[in-house]
Design a binder for this molecule. Structure first.
Ligand code: CUA
Length: 312
C-alpha cells in the first residue's frame, strides 16, 4: 500500500496506469477539498447568522461581483485542467507506438479469441513484458467491450468495424480481462486472462503454441480446442446445465429439437451445429450460439468430435 489509489484501484501494471491514476486521484482530492470546505462553511454560517430574535431580518443583498467571478473562474480552471489532462491520456491510450506487437482479438458471445501472427488461435492473451502490444479487435455478433482493469484500458468491440487499443505491461504475471458491455445471458462469464511473459519466454511460448497441436492425439486436441475457443463458457463437460446442452455423453445421443423432431447426435450433426448453430436448435435452449465457421477448420472439428466420443 504505497499509493493513495491502492485503496480503491486494482494494481497498476501498464505504462498507461500512472497517468490515469494520477488524474483519478487529482479529481478525488479536489472533490474532497470542496466537500470539506463547503460543509464547514454551511455549518459556520448557519451558526453565525442564525435568527437570534424576532426582529432579525435578512438585509437585501443583490449580488457581489468579486465573489461571483471567483466561484466561476476557479471551477473553470479546475475543469479545464481535468479536461486537458484527460484528453492527453485519451490520446495516449488510442495512439499505439509504431513498433507495437499486433494481436487480433475476436469477440463472440461469450468468448474471446486471440489470433497471433504465426496463425495460432487461443482464448488466453499472451504478451511480452515491456513491449507495446496493439490489439486489433472486432466482434462476430453484438457489441462487447474489452476491459483490463490492471492495465487501465477499455474499448468497445464492434461487429463490422475494427477498433484498437494498446498497452505495455510493466511486470510479468496474470491479469483479468472482462467484457464490460452487456451482451446477453452469459455476459458476466465472458472472461479471459492476460499472461505477461518475459520477452524470450514469450517467443518460446509462441513457437511451441503453434506447433504443439500437431503432436496431440485427436481427442486431446479436441479437448484443448473446446477450452481455447471458449465453448465451455456455455457447454459443460460434466452434465451440469449452462446456456447450452452439456457435452457429457453427447455423441450418439437422441436429442429432441425445438420443432419436436428428434435427431441423433452424430458427426454430421456436430459439424453442422459448429458451423451453422441455428440450423437445429435443441429443445429448451435459446438460439444464441454464433457460427465458428472460419475459427475452426475440418481437422479441428474432427478432433472435437473425437473428444466428444470420449465424454461418456
Ligand atoms: Cu461480451 Cu458482455
Amino acid at each position: 500500500m504505497n499509493r493513495l489509489s491502492d485503496f480503491m484501484l486494482p494494481p497498476a501494471r501498464s505504462t498507461l496506469a500512472a497517468e490515469t491514476d494520477a488524474l483519478f486521484n487529482f479529481i478525488n482530492v479536489v472533490s474532497l477539498i470542496f466537500l470539506l470546505g463547503i460543509t464547514i462553511a454551511i455549518i459556520y454560517f448557519a451558526i453565525k447568522y442564525r435568527r437570534k430574535s424576532p426582529d432579525d431580518v435578512t438585509p437585501l443583498i443583490t449580488h457581489n461581483n468579486t465573489l461571483e467571478i471567483t466561484w466561476s473562474v476557479i471551477p473553470l480552471i479546475l475543469v479545464m485542467i481535468v479536461f486537458g489532462w484527460g484528453y492527453n491520456g485519451f490520446l495516449n491510450l488510442y495512439t499505439p507506438p509504431d513498433d507495437a506487437y499486433e494481436i487480433r482479438v475476436v469477440a463472440q458471445t461469450w468468448t474471446w479469441q486471440f489470433h497471433y501472427q504465426n496463425g495460432y488461435t487461443g482464448n488466453e492473451l499472451h504478451v511480452p513484458v515491456d513491449r507495446p502490444v496493439k490489439l486489433v479487435m472486432s466482434s462476430n455478433d453484438v457489441i462487447h467491450s474489452f476491459y483490463v482493469p490492471d492495465f487501465r484500458i477499455k474499448k468497445d468491440v464492434l461487429p463490422n468495424r475494427y477498433t484498437s487499443v494498446w498497452f505495455e505491461a510493466t511486470e510479468t504475471g496474470d491479469a483479468q480481462i472482462f467484457c464490460t458491455e452487456y451482451c446477453g445471458t452469459a455476459h458476466s462469464n465472458m472472461l479471459a486472462s492476460v499472461i505477461v511473459h518475459e520477452q524470450e519466454e514469450f517467443q518460446t511460448w509462441l513457437a511451441t503454441a503453434g506447433s504443439a497441436d500437431d503432436d496431440m492425439e485427436p481427442a486431446e486436441l479436441g479437448q484443448a480446442l473446446i477450452q481455447r475457443n471458449g465453448c465451455t463458457a456455455c457447454h459443460s463437460t460434466d452434465g451440469s446445465q449452462l446456456q447450452g446442452p452439456t457435452f457429457q455423453g453427447i455423441f450418439g445421443r437422441e436429442t429432441t429439437l425445438q420443432d419436436g423432431s428428434t435427431v441423433t447426435v452424430d458427426e454430421n450433426y456436430i459439424r453442422e451445429s459448429i458451423l451453422e448453430p441455428q440450423a437445429k436448435i435443441v429443445e429448451g435452449f435459446p438460439p444464441v450460439m454464433t457460427s465458428f465457421a472460419g475459427a475452426l477448420d475440418d481437422r479441428q472439428i474432427d478432433a472435437i468430435i473425437e473428444y466428444f466420443k470420449t465424454l461418456e
